[in-house]
Design a protein. Sequence first.
Length: 377
Amino acid sequence: MKTRQATPSAGLDPADLKSALDDVHRAGVPGVFAEVRDGDRIWHGASGVADVTTGRPVRADLRHRVGSVTKSFTAAAVLQQVERGRIGLDAPIGDHLPDLVPGERGRRITVRMLLNNTSGIPDYLPHAFPSLRGFPSLPDVSTESLDDNRFRTFRPAELIAMGLTAPPTGEPGGPTGVYSNTNWLILGELLAEVTGMPAEECVTRNVIERAGLRHTGFPAGPHVEGPHSLLYESFYGLIEPPRDYSVYDMSWVGTGAALVSTMADLNRFYALLLDGGIVAPSSLVEMQRTIPVRALDGSMIEYGLGLHRVDTGRGTFWGHDGTVWGAGTMSLTRADGGRQMSVAVNLARWNRPDSSGRPQPHPIDAAMKALYGRAMG
């Protein structure tokens, strides 16, 4: 591991951080919890409830569905196999999975393009959840699919086929990317092909266990094991009051977004990853080569190989955000490792639409932005 010079920080102010959490709760999130690290100092905090019916308080150490934060774990597992010579980062995916990604696409799309979302393969989600297909035009959608799929077990190949048969979002390897969960299920199948074990087992053995994470794993069924919050989905006001989706078959996202973790484990993971404890320095360089990528909400992000880059007045941070039904997570670590934050909320898609059906800003947005700002120092 390398030794890095830490950026000067404002330090940890527990009262200020707790106040920021409370503001998020008061703005409308039932429960919010976080871990912030500054050098050797660690702060844990929580505000609100884990269950709106019983009033059970939320705690900082709860396990949580962390959504697309999973992609950083999957990317690290892929880069490890690149280091071992089993995968070529710029090799066509068709070399490994000719039946899954056949023909010209298999010859043109490389492993790197899957990792940085420049494959041009669209997301399968509108097809797996057909009642959501009109989004973001909310008058044209319903949330019926969310309930229809609660206990449905998808096969990765089934979801990948949905993405591959939809119109491409662009040419492979273009200068900008379009975020797509389909890429990440293909990468899971790639891991299974080259290691001879299920992708989830590969990530568990080579990334989760290597990092010493004791509260992180892929769910074995629809339930979150261990202490956790209920997870309330609003879907832009279409579900009112928000409904609990904490019990859900996560095969719909698999190696793209199914992980359960804690905020402490996420901070430990990213600290080790950025310090060379999970992949080699040369692999980390590749992971941090970013391009502009259009996220699912339409915003543009700087995206590498399973890592977001976020530039702030306090330096450059690396990490990932994630959301699944009812849950949101943000985990960011400053490039020098000196400052970290991981934040979880048990409410998702709280923005209400205007008369045209477009989601509008909500007080929660400003409160979350303020919390992130204080947590990043």
